[in-house]
Design a protein around this ligand. Structure first.
Ligand SMILES: O=C(O)CCC(=O)C(=O)O
Length: 371
């Protein structure tokens, strides 16, 4: 089999843990790889539940294999096609704060940002807007995703594939949430009302370039920051289903701030959870810190962030016995909470909500009633 220059470089990454070409020295833990436990989606239901609960209670990361309908090659192709568009085409898809002509604030493209601790361009899509109910359309996070519509058949194929992949990931996410409900002894459909209709889930395509490619200035970053293309973080919401296309670079905190690289495996999804799911399980399930190394060559990945509908009311704890009466009466409105949570990420630091939050609307109703 022919080895492309990119594969050749990646095999150097695999064996040595660092790329020979990089000009920066790498973080010490890079050479230590860990293999994530795999859960096979063809296993019996109970075995899948046991495997998922065990991994999420411990490391907080696992691999899913034999995922029905998952087509890693097509997804990688879609990723590469999108980021190969001309700058002119990309600008048509930029979020509003990168191109004020555009009316998309939450969905669309976010370019490389100078002197940012993240070094990537990304494309975010949401649920097809025509499928969103009129009620949920009143909230900010629901908006039309801009697609590259001037690209003929290729653009159409891209859009069709992305919608199919979104649906496969959304259904898989709901299925995994039913295993988690089973794992806590709750009815299997416990989470369904939050996720089934009008989800705010995001399908993201990411393109990383090595800092040495000099696409944007990086001169104000520290040596440590230069080693990473995504700084350490936890995800916000519920479940993340990540395609890494067999690229190295993803590292997880195995405890006490010690990072290990995850051994890349083809045709799998990497699964982890966000802070909201961890929080409502009283931290029984772990939202693990993770980050991405600059591997010295182009890198692509595609996370799917499973999110509830905007107006979903999330209890402070799944277990009512752990809550005070006040906490029981004080549920979180998911979308209002998410808007605050995403502002910690560079790509949403300038996010402006275009419509009122549910709390704004409730405050307005109260005001109207008192006047
Ligand atoms: O690119 C990756 O492998 C991980 C991406 C990630 O952690 C994220 O987008 O939250």
């Amino acid at each position: 089999m022919d080895i492309t220059p990119e594969q050749n470089l990646l095999s150097q990454v695999d064996s040595a843990g660092i790329t020979q070409e990089k000009s920066f020295s790498h973080i010490a833990a890079t050479t230590d790889q860990i293999e994530l436990a795999s859960i096979d989606m063809t296993w019996p239901k109970e075995k899948i539940t046991e495997g998922i609960m065990d991994q999420l209670r411990n490391l907080g990361f696992l691999l899913l294999t034999n995922v029905p309908g998952y087509n890693e090659d097509e997804l990688k192709h879609a990723c590469q096609w999108m980021f190969n568009l001309s700058e002119e085409e990309k600008r048509k898809l930029y979020q509003h704060h990168h191109n004020p002509k555009n009316t998309n604030y939450y969905r669309g493209l976010s370019p490389f940002i100078a002197n940012d601790v993240s070094h990537k361009e990304l494309f975010d899509m949401g649920l097809e807007y025509s499928q969103v109910s009129d009620y949920e359309k009143i909230f900010s996070l629901q908006e039309q995703t801009p697609f590259p519509d001037d690209q003929g058949d290729d653009g159409q194929k891209f859009k069709t594939f992305m919608h199919q992949h979104y649906d496969i990931m959304q259904n898989l996410g709901v299925q995994l949430m039913s295993h988690i409900a089973d794992g806590f002894g709750l009815p299997s459909n416990y989470f369904e009302t939050w996720f089934k209709d009008d989800p705010c889930s995001t399908l993201r395509l990411i393109h990383y370039l090595p800092r040495k490619a000099n696409v944007v200035a990086c001169d104000k970053l520290t040596e440590e920051e230069l080693k990473l293309t995504t700084p350490e973080h936890t995800d916000s919401g519920f479940l993340t289903l990540l395609s890494t296309f067999n690229y190295p670079g993803l590292q997880v905190d195995i405890g006490g701030g010690v990072y290990k690289s995850i051994k890349p495996v083809p045709n799998v999804l990497v699964v982890n959870i966000g802070t909201m799911l961890s929080r409502i399980t009283n931290n029984d399930l772990k939202a693990t810190w993770h980050r991405v190394l600059d591997i010295g060559v182009d890198r692509y990945s595609s996370p799917f962030f499973l999110e509830p509908k905007y107006s979903a009311e999330i209890p402070q704890q799944l277990d009512p016995s752990l809550m005070t009466e006040e906490q029981k009466n004080n549920k979180l409105v998911y979308g209002d909470w998410l808007i605050e949570s995403i502002k910690r990420f560079a790509e949403f630091a300038n996010f402006q909500k275009t419509k009122p939050t549910l709390s704004d609307l409730q405050a307005q109703i109260q005001l109207d009633q008192t006047n």
